[in-house]
Design a binder for this molecule. Structure first.
Ligand SMILES: Nc1ncnc2c1ncn2[C@@H]1O[C@H](COP(=O)(O)OP(=O)(O)OP(=O)(O)O)[C@@H](O)[C@H]1O
Ligand SMILES: [Mg+2]
Length: 331
C-alpha cells in the first residue's frame, strides 16, 4: 500500500533529526542545537544563533511536556533537567540528550494537510491560544483562519518544504508554525499524522470534511473528498486551573447542544491539578461551532467564564490542606 518514505520517518519523530532534515531542505526553522552534556549546554547557550530567550525541549516530547522558554543563563540548568526528565514518547536519541532552540516570536498557527501521491491539500490553518511565560501550554484552537494572501503563501511554501523534508508522500500532517511581525513564518515542528486536540473535530464541524475517512482513503489509495461542504468556524477551549492543588469541585461546565457539539470533563474531584504547563494539565474541553468566526470566539469565551473551579492548596510534606480557595479560570 502507499506510504511515506521509511528512510525519513525518524525526521517526524525525533526533533534533532527533524532539525537536520529542515536545514538540509532549506526549511525556515529556528536554529537548533543537540545538547549531550553540560559543556554542550554551555556552548549552545553561548551560540549567537540561539541567544535569549531560547527554548529548551526534549528530543521527542509531545503536549509541551518538558518544554521551557528560558530567558537567561540562571534558568537554563533546571530547564535542561526538566527536558531530560520528560519521558519522550518516541525517544530514539541518546540518554540525556536535549535540544536548545532559538526562540521564534510571533503568532502560533498549525497547518492541517493531507498528501496523496506527493500532492498536498491544506485543509485548514488553525490559530492557537497558548499560555505565555516559561511554560507554553495550548489553551485553545480555532479554525479556519484566513491569513493575508502573502503570509498564507509563505506559510504554505514552508509547510510544503517541511512535508517533503519529513518524507510525507501519502498521509496526514500537522505542521506548527510561528508567524513573526514581518509576516515570515518559522516552522517549529511537523507531525506525520492528523492533529490532536480536537482539531479533526473542528475541521469536521467547520468545513464538513471527515478527516478520518479521508486519511483511510489515502491509506487505501482511493480518491479522497477534501473539498469543504460547509463554510463555518469552530473552536475548542481547554479548561485549566489557575492554580495547583486538590480539585474540590467544578461548576458551570457547558453541556452539548446547538453550536456546542462536544464537551469533555476529565478531571477527577479529589485529584491533584496543576497550573497549565503541558497539555496533560487540562481538566476538560469543549467545542463551539457556528457561521461567524467572531461569534464563535465570543460564545466560547463566555462559556469558559461561567466555569468555576475550586482548588484547595496542598501543603507539601504534611499532606494537610489549607482552607479552600476559589479560582475562576482565565480564558
Ligand atoms: N523555537 C520556539 N520558539 C518559540 N516558541 C516555541 C519554540 N519551540 C516551542 N515553542 C513553544 O512551546 C510549545 C511546545 O513546543 P513543541 O511544539 O516543540 O513541543 P511539543 O511537546 O511537541 O508540544 P505539542 O505536542 O503541544 O505540539 C509550542 O507550541 C510553542 O508555543
Ligand atoms: Mg508542538
Amino acid at each position: 500500500m502507499p506510504g511515506n518514505d521509511p528512510g525519513r520517518a525518524r525526521a517526524a519523530r525525533d526533533k534533532a533529526v527533524m532539525a537536520e532534515a529542515f536545514t538540509a531542505a532549506g526549511v525556515r526553522a529556528p536554529h537548533t542545537v543537540l545538547v549531550r552534556d553540560a559543556a554542550g549546554l554551555r556552548a549552545a547557550l553561548a551560540d549567537p544563533r540561539v541567544g535569549f530567550p531560547c527554548v529548551i525541549k526534549p528530543l521527542s516530547g509531545a503536549g509541551s511536556d518538558g518544554v521551557t522558554v528560558v530567558t537567561g543563563l540562571a534558568d537554563a540548568a533546571s530547564a535542561a533537567d526538566t527536558a531530560r526528565a520528560a519521558a519522550g514518547m518516541y525517544t530514539s536519541g541518546g540518554a540525556g540528550h536535549i535540544l536548545v532552540q532559538a526562540y521564534a516570536s510571533g503568532t502560533e498557527y498549525s497547518v492541517e494537510s493531507l498528501t496523496q501521491d506527493g500532492t498536498t491539500t491544506h485543509l485548514a490553518v488553525t490559530r492557537k491560544q497558548v499560555t505565555s511565560g516559561p511554560k507554553r501550554a495550548e489553551t485553545g484552537h480555532s479554525l479556519p483562519v484566513h491569513l493575508p494572501p502573502a503570509v498564507e503563501a509563505d506559510v504554505y511554501r514552508e509547510v510544503e518544504a517541511a512535508i517533503q523534508a519529513a518524507g510525507i508522500r501519502h498521509g496526514a500532517s500537522h505542521t506548527e508554525v510561528i508567524v513573526g511581525a514581518d509576516g515570515r513564518c518559522a516552522v517549529i515542528e511537523i507531525g506525520a499524522r492528523l492533529a490532536a486536540g480536537q482539531i479533526g473535530l473542528l475541521i469536521q464541524h467547520a468545513l464538513g470534511i471527515d478527516v478520518w475517512a479521508a486519511l483511510l482513503d489515502v491509506a487505501l489509495a482511493r480518491p479522497t473528498a477534501l473539498a469543504p461542504t460547509t463554510r463555518g468556524y469552530a473552536t475548542v477551549r481547554f479548561v485549566t486551573s489557575g492554580r495547583a492543588g486538590r480539585l474540590t469541585s467544578v461548576c458551570g461546565f457547558p453541556t452539548t447542544g446547538p453550536g456546542v457539539p462536544f464537551v469533555r470533563q476529565r478531571a477527577a474531584i479529589g485529584g491533584l491539578v496543576h497550573e497549565p504547563g503541558a497539555n496533560g494539565h487540562r481538566l476538560g474541553s469543549f467545542v463551539v461551532t457556528g457561521p461567524d468566526a467572531d461569534e464563535v470566539e465570543e460564545r466560547a469565551d463566555a462559556l469558559l467564564r461561567r466555569i468555576r473551579i475550586h482548588v484547595e492548596p496542598v501543603l507539601e510534606n504534611t499532606g494537610q490542606v489549607r482552607p479552600a480557595s476559589t479560582s475562576a479560570i482565565a480564558p
